[in-house]
Design a binder for this molecule. Structure first.
Ligand SMILES: Nc1ncnc2c1ncn2[C@@H]1O[C@H](COP(=O)(O)OP(=O)(O)OP(=O)(O)O)[C@@H](O)[C@H]1O
Length: 581
């Protein structure tokens, strides 16, 4: 565990040296009080406690208290602030690391697991660094100092005291094993609960429209109930070793009382040493009881750090060139195979070339692999075999962040942030001027509806863009892409039926956006792509047909049949409940 923590801390370890040192100094300072107490008891029992000695002892106690207040304040404040600083750095590192991962990571790991790592695991890490670590160090220092001190008073009693402490070790180990077992279960249940909550919130509209809110709410309730049951079970299981440990270390005082009394009556121990030993022993047993709490926290940290390390161990996409410029924007797929999950290939030996400033339409049945091709161009994933070249460069060599400067994407589901419309458009080019933003909005046909909103461009968009219509959201996404002016465009044509006015506005905006760009359009309505330079018909992850509309129609193959089917469907007239051709 220490190795993992040290790896997570990296250079931040040094930040913790001073607070740990001050914590140890504070522990040593508090020992001074025990020593004065011991001297006072000895002098009192020997009847040698004079007024001047009382003043000296009181002065030492007062000085020790002031010294400890200063050290305590400094040490603990440093522990807390440095603990929070270090956890903040781990959070930032983790955030940056996640940004560089391919989308495959989010595929394998449920959102719940990721949220758990980002929130609970880091919170455990933070809690231990800022709270448990200083208390553990202080407690351990005091325990060691008290044990050494008791050996000076009477080694036989000190040895029997150590024996009791040694007996408690297997119990601590037992509780440690339970923390590991139930901690793992709790973490995975926690991840599941977060996933279910997110699913419930995101799907609320769908569940409601299908009258399934109750069914899905029950799923949520079931997960909450499982969490409650597991928490209670954990506490019950943990209670056994916890109680045993507390009983054993509490047994220290009666043991010393019994053994000490025998030794005093047998003149093997003086009364004042006996009293001093008893004071030390009481303090020791109280310290050992509180130690267990922090020991459990430290063990829980093991799970948190191993989760964090697993996330950090997931390698980001590699590249050799981070500062590159592309000479042209021709896109080529060369013998590309791809699988999201090993053993389940979804693209097989894809070969095609999209000329610079040409339009390539990707068509085919649902699940054929159209979106996957778009994802591979943006390097959201890497092919499992073969290569993808842009401007003659294998994109595997290029820094994915830099590569995305050359690519704009307009997907069906356009995410709008809970921010102003202006800032939502600005995402396309963060340093854009107000004039550039307005121009892009005008080209995307959204200036009109934006200026009619109460605060115009400063109108806040509700989370997820809920306050705008589907067509308006799409036009804002187009404005973003216009502003970005990237030479390659990935376009997922909307499947949603839009009213003719909205559709005309979007098509008009798209025409402007597509001008002079290497465009890939995932087309669902074949009448919109008749002018594409090439149409790639994908079926079951393979290129089945390739060519322009005229050529493919002449072939009378799969594309031809799809066009004919869509034409026939568009001629249908829906009258009441009946459909007539
Ligand atoms: N994130 C993912 N993880 C695992 N499998 C996936 C993932 N995304 C897509 N797939 C699978 O890959 C295959 C191709 O999917 P893709 O989304 O590329 O098809 P598509 O042609 O775009 O379909 P549609 O027209 O319905 O959007 C499908 O079998 C799909 O189930």
């Amino acid at each position: 565990m220490l190795k993992t923590i040290s790896w997570l801390l990296k250079d931040n370890k040094k930040k913790l040296y001073l607070p740990i040192f001050l914590t140890i100094i504070d522990a040593i300072g508090s020992m001074a009080l025990y020593f004065i107490l011991y001297l006072t008891v000895v002098e009192l029992l020997n009847d040698t406690l004079t007024e001047s000695k009382i003043i000296i002892y009181t002065a030492i106690c007062a000085a020790s208290v002031i010294y400890r207040i200063i050290i305590y304040r400094k040490g603990y404040l440093l522990c807390f602030t440095r603990g929070f600083d270090v956890a903040h750095d781990v959070r930032v590192d983790l955030g940056e690391h996640i940004c560089n991962l391919n989308l495959g990571y989010f595929n394998k790991n449920s959102i719940g697991h990721l949220m758990n790592t980002l929130t609970n695991d880091i919170a455990s890490f933070e809690g231990v660094l800022s709270h448990a670590l200083p208390f553990c160090i202080k407690t351990l220092t005091l325990v060691v100092l008290i044990i050494i001190g008791t050996f000076f008073i009477n080694w036989q009693l000190a040895l029997s005291q150590c024996l009791v402490i040694v007996i408690s070790f297997p119990i601590l180990h037992w509780s440690n094993r339970l923390v590991k077992k139930y901690g793992k279960e709790k973490r995975s249940l926690g991840s599941r609960m977060i996933s279910v909550v997110i699913e419930y919130i995101k799907g609320f509209k769908v569940f409601k429209s299908h009258n399934l809110t109750d069914t899905h709410f029950e799923r949520l309730i079931d997960t909450l109930e499982d969490t409650r049951k597991l928490s209670i079970k954990t506490e019950y299981k943990m209670a056994i070793p916890n109680c045993m440990y507390v009983i054993i270390v509490s047994f220290l005082t009666p043991l010393i009382l019994l053994l000490g009394s025998y030794m005093v009556s047998g003149n093997e121990l003086t009364a004042e040493s006996f009293v001093a030993f008893m004071i030390m022993s009481l303090a020791l047993s109280a310290l050992l009881i509180s130690f267990e709490h922090y020991y459990i926290m430290l063990n829980d940290l093991k799970l948190a750090t191993s989760n964090l390390k697993t996330t950090f161990d997931y390698k980001p996409l590699s590249y050799t060139d981070s500062d590159f410029t592309l000479d042209n924007y021709k896109v080529s797929f060369i013998n590309v195979d791809f699988s999201y999950e090993s053993g389940k290939e979804v693209l097989h030996n894809i070969n095609f070339e999209a000329k610079e400033k040409s339009i390539t339409a990707l068509v085919g049945p649902s699940g054929a692999g159209k979106s996957t091709i778009a994802n591979l161009i943006a390097r959201f994933w890497d092919p499992t075999k073969g290569s993808i070249e842009i401007g003659g460069r294998d994109i595997k060599d290029l820094n994915p962040d830099q590569l995305l400067r050359y690519i704009s994407a307009v997907f069906q589901e356009n995410v709008l942030l809970n921010d102003t419309i202006l800032n939502n458009i600005k995402i396309g080019k963060p340093d854009a001027t107000y004039k550039e933003i307005i121009e892009a909005a005008k080209l995307a046909n959204c200036h009109g509806f934006i200026t009619k909103l109460p605060d115009g461009y400063d109108t806040m968009v509700a989370q997820g863009g809920a306050s705008l219509s589907g067509g308006e959201k799409q036009r804002i996404a187009i404005a973003r892409a216009i502003l970005k002016k990237a030479p390659i465009l990935l376009l997922d044509e909307s499947t949603a039926s839009l009213d003719p006015d909205n559709e005309a506005k979007i098509n008009n905006a798209l025409d402007r956006l597509m001008k002079d760009k290497t465009v890939f359009v995932i087309a669902h309505r074949l009448n919109t792509i008749r002018n594409a330079h090439q149409i790639i018909l994908l079926n079951d992850g393979k290129v089945e047909e390739i060519g322009n509309h005229k050529y493919l129609m002449k072939q009378k193959g799969h594309y031809y049949r799809m066009v004919k089917e869509q034409e026939a469907a568009s001629e249908w007239i829906v009258k009441g409940d009946a459909i007539y051709e």
